[in-house]
Design a binder for this molecule. Structure first.
Ligand code: ATP
Length: 199
């Protein structure tokens, strides 16, 4: 699996459509302070489903939309599209190429797309579960992240290790199954109540 390119429109400092190619090997992005290097990393985090505006250095999610500059009006929408070469099927899907997109409008309307078809956030997060590259993973280390990991509580550090080790997916399946069992038990209890009332 390889990151091929990213297209950014209206996200943070990228008012104009910007296409960045990653030709393989190692890519370095250099530029003066405040030129938008971290915004590129954040756009990748965002399109993979980041839900916390705080993790993107904002207070509300619409803060990621270009807010204007001295010579430009603000925009009404941010859109990011990530293209991945998945010909080795590292991500468990039949697609050789994966195109993920996320759009957000100022009124809060937001949508996700997988290979140009609208999908749910869950479809995106499920895709990356236990690959080590999904939402909240450590494949993107932001400024201050290392310090935060060292200072985190043991349980939080444990969940990082579980995510990397591939245990997290099974924990999520267990939680879902447990909820279904609880709901079914409630339903059975209700049926038993009705039967005893009828007898
Ligand atoms: P450094 O090297 O100092 O870490 P950087 O190259 O990583 O800097 P970023 O932090 O990515 O730079 O970009 C910061 C710039 O992005 C600031 O100029 C800020 O005003 C701009 N910016 C952030 N959010 C928005 C937004 N919603 N609209 C317009 N500009 C924004």
């Amino acid at each position: 699996m390889q990151l091929k390119s990213i297209e950014i429109i209206g996200f943070k400092s990228f008012a104009d459509k910007t296409l960045i190619h990653f030709p393989g090997g190692m890519t370095g992005i250099v530029g003066p302070n405040g030129s938008g290097k971290s915004n590129i990393a954040e756009s990748i985090r965002w399109v993979m489903g980041e839900q916390s505006a705080k993790n993107l250095r904002g207070s509300r999610m619409p803060d990621v939309i270009f807010s204007g500059s001295a010579d430009r009006r603000s925009l009404g929408m941010a859109s990011v599209t990530l293209t991945l070469d998945n010909s080795d099927h590292f991500i468990k899907t039949p697609f050789d190429t994966l195109k993920l997109s996320r759009k957000l409008f100022r009124n809060g309307d937001s949508s996700y797309y997988l290979n140009e078809k609208q999908c749910r956030l869950k479809d995106i997060t499920d895709l990356f579960l236990d690959t080590g590259i999904g939402q909240g993973s450590l494949s993107i280390i932001s400024q201050g992240n290392v310090e935060q990991i060292f200072n985190s509580k043991p349980e939080d550090r444990r969940s990082i290790i579980e995510n990397v080790a591939g245990v997290y997916k099974y924990k999520q399946h267990k939680t879902t199954a447990q909820k279904e069992i609880d709901q079914t038990t409630d339903n059975l209890n209700r049926v038993e109540d009705i039967i005893s009332e009828l007898q």
